[in-house]
Every structure is written in structure tokens, then in C-alpha cells.
Design a protein around this ligand. Structure first.
Ligand code: BEZ
Length: 389
């Protein structure tokens, strides 16, 4: 009898302890794991995403859903071979509640697999890997940016609209390059053009000369390029130095000229790109964001900063709905999935695959700005091929 009594008291005490621990876990800070590049060709992009994310958290007084935010960081080096280990440092070692990252599509695929396996919330503030909102889509994975197909498709619409009939493409030989070229080809060929050749080089190689020589020899009506960060700076300068600026029209998804203009200088002037953001979207929402960013960091924001800011807005939408209780996973995910995000790019909602449905702008480089000159495609949704949720 005594043994039964002792056991019963022990069980009650254990249950009470578990409840207290759970309550405590839901009242301390929310642990946010930032997995971004802080070295290599995408380092500046990672820095802007982090700044944008933290700006929104600061605007909310340092708390989301009533809870303090505590940051854990890992430099992912834009290296897919280290993605699983790096994600698990945050998930298993630091025990983060949410993962934010990353820039590079190959690394993001590794993060998505780790997030799916562990059931950790993942919000992607850049990497557009089509697969993540395709066959790898999941209820705990969201994106505040784009799928690679989207800016490729939007640029293809603009190029076809200009009457170009032949195009060559040039990009790094990894998932993002292949995805975005697919989007460009789809729209360009639907609009009556033909992609005659795809050129590529390994990521993050910047020895463009041999490929530029091929372009000069073949003289297509237009070239579609996907490069970003340090690689985009070098490509645009090499393009001009090779004398192509005055002979072959160059277009790209807007990553070619975003966050890069100070370094590209005269070589970038006049370039036309398509993207879901531009420097001169003259709305109160965007002006407020840009002013606050400039005050906080003494710099102008770019598309990456905006996507980081919106990743924090998406997390806030979920956390506010569950009053900071991350154990209410279904309610948390449902709130993010149906949120209307008041983004500096313009308001957006998420598709069923959790990817922004958004307008794509035509932009032209003027001075140090990507000036919006029109709309390429309104409310463009990613096709989310293969996503079953
Ligand atoms: C990507 O890897 O998905 C990516 C990287 C930089 C800019 C845009 C997309």
C-alpha cells in the first residue's frame, strides 16, 4: 500500500514538474537561429537579411508575441556540404525554436530537410530553391522571398515584350541558376522568343571571360543573367570591359544589380531587371521602412534587407496569434499561412506552398538606384509543382 502511495505521489510530482517546465519554456526568450552566410560571395546578402530581421524586432520593442528574442548565429559559408551539420548546430546544440535562413538554394535544401525531420519552424528569407515550395514543401516551412522560377519568369515576360527573339542565358551551375533559367525560358518562349544556348560556370567562380567571348561571337538579341552579391559585381564590370554593353542587351533578375550598384558604378547604368522590390517604390510603407533602416544602420536597404524584415513580420504574425506559445504548432503555422504581410514591397499573401504571391517590378539602374519603371507581372504565384501538403 505504501509503495502504491509513493508511486502515485511521485507521478503527480513529475507531471507537475513537466507542466512547470513547459510553462517556463513558453515564457523565456524565443530562441531564433540565424543561419546565413557571413563569408564568401553572398556575405553582404546575409548581413542585410540579419539587419532587416533585427530592425522589425526592434520596432516591436525587442519582443514578438510578448516574448524576448534571443539570437544564435552560424556562418553557413554558402556551402551545401556543411548545411546539415550547420542546421543541426542550431537545432540540436542550441535548441532553437525557429530557424531563419538562408541565401544559397543548395544550403536551404539541406536546412529544409533538417527542419522537416526535427519539426522546427523554418522561415527562408532569400534562397529560392523551387523544390522547397515544390516536392519538399511542408507545413513548418515558409518563405518571405520568392521561388527562383518567379524572377526568371518575370524577366522573360519583359524580354519577350521588348520584341527580342533570341536569347542566351548565363549563370552559376547550381540549383538557383537552373531554376531561374527555367522560369525565364518558359515566359520568353511563350512570348515568341527562343533560348538558343545556356552558358554556366561553377559557383562561386567569376572567371567569365571565355563565356563572354562566346556571347560576343553569337550576338543574341538579349542575354539573361543570374548572378548575385560579389559575383554580380564582377560580372557586370567584366561585361562592360569586354565591350558588350554597347552591342548586346543584358537583362537579369534584379539580383544582378541589387545591393551592388556602388561597386558596379558606370558599368551598371541603364541595366533593366525584374524583381519583387525596387529602391523607389513611393509608398508610405516603403518610405517608412527605408527611413528607419537608414537611421538604424546608416545605409540604404536592398531586397535582402526587405526579405529579412518580412521574415520577422511573418514570425510575428504567427507568434502574436498564439501569444508566444510555440507549443501550439498548428495554430502558429495556420496564422503564418493566412497572414497578409504589410511588406515594403507591397502587401502580399502566401500561396498554398507558403511562397509569396507578389508583383514583379521592371527596374532600371539610374545612379545608385534600381528605379521602378513599371510592373512586369502582377500577383505572380509560384507554380509549386509537386507540392503536396
Ligand atoms: C539562391 O541561391 O537561391 C539565390 C542566391 C542569391 C540571390 C538569389 C537567389
Amino acid at each position: 500500500m505504501k509503495t502504491v502511495f509513493t508511486f502515485a505521489v511521485g507521478a503527480v510530482a513529475l507531471a507537475a514538474l513537466a507542466a512547470t517546465t513547459a510553462a517556463h519554456a513558453q515564457s523565456g526568450p524565443i530562441k531564433v537561429g540565424l543561419m546565413l552566410p557571413s563569408s564568401g560571395t553572398y556575405a553582404a546578402l546575409g548581413d542585410m537579411i540579419e539587419k532587416g530581421f533585427k530592425l522589425h524586432v526592434q520596432e516591436q520593442g525587442g519582443k514578438l508575441g510578448g516574448r524576448e528574442i534571443q539570437y544564435f548565429t552560424v556562418d553557413d559559408e554558402s556551402d551545401p556540404s556543411k548545411a546539415t551539420d550547420n542546421a543541426n548546430k542550431l537545432i540540436k546544440r542550441d535548441n532553437v525554436d525557429v530557424l531563419i535562413g538562408t541565401v544559397h538554394s543548395g544550403v536551404a535544401v539541406g536546412m529544409a530537410k533538417a527542419a522537416k525531420e526535427s519539426g522546427t519552424l523554418l522561415i527562408i528569407p532569400n534562397a529560392g530553391a523551387d523544390a522547397i515550395t515544390g516536392p519538399l514543401c511542408a507545413k513548418n516551412i515558409f518563405r518571405s522571398s520568392f521561388s527562383n522560377w518567379q524572377p526568371g519568369y518575370a524577366t522573360g515576360v519583359v524580354a519577350a515584350g521588348k520584341g527580342y527573339k533570341t536569347a542566351m542565358t548565363i549563370t552559376w551551375n547550381y540549383g538557383a541558376g537552373a531554376d531561374t533559367v527555367k522560369g525565364f525560358r518558359e515566359a520568353f518562349e511563350k512570348g515568341g522568343g527562343k533560348v538558343t544556348k545556356d552558358l554556366n560556370l561553377p559557383f562561386p567562380n567569376v572567371e567569365f571571360q571565355a563565356l563572354l567571348t562566346q556571347i560576343a561571337a553569337e550576338k543574341p538579341d538579349v542575354v539573361y543573367a543570374f548572378f548575385a552579391g560579389g559575383g554580380a559585381v564582377k560580372f557586370v564590370k567584366d561585361w562592360a570591359a569586354a565591350g558588350l554593353k554597347n552591342s548586346v542587351p543584358l537583362m537579369g533578375s534584379g539580383f544582378l544589380t541589387d545591393g551592388t550598384l556602388a561597386a558596379q558604378g558606370a558599368a551598371a547604368q541603364g541595366l533593366i531587371t525584374a524583381l519583387h522590390y525596387g529602391d523607389e517604390i513611393n509608398t508610405p510603407r516603403n518610405n517608412d521602412f527605408r527611413n528607419k533602416f537608414a537611421v538604424a544602420y546608416k545605409a540604404n536597404p536592398d531586397v535582402y534587407a526587405m526579405q529579412g524584415y518580412d521574415a520577422a513580420q511573418m514570425l510575428a504574425a504567427g507568434l502574436n496569434a498564439v501569444k508566444g506559445d510555440m507549443s501550439k504548432k498548428d495554430a502558429l503555422y495556420a496564422a503564418i499561412a493566412k497572414a497578409k504581410i504589410d511588406s515594403p514591397r507591397g502587401p502580399f499573401t502566401l500561396s498554398k506552398a507558403h511562397n509569396p504571391v507578389q508583383d514583379f517590378y521592371v527596374r532600371e539602374v539610374r545612379g545608385e538606384y534600381n528605379v521602378v519603371t513599371g510592373i512586369a507581372v502582377k500577383a505572380l504565384a509560384d507554380p509549386a509543382r509537386g507540392c503536396k501538403m
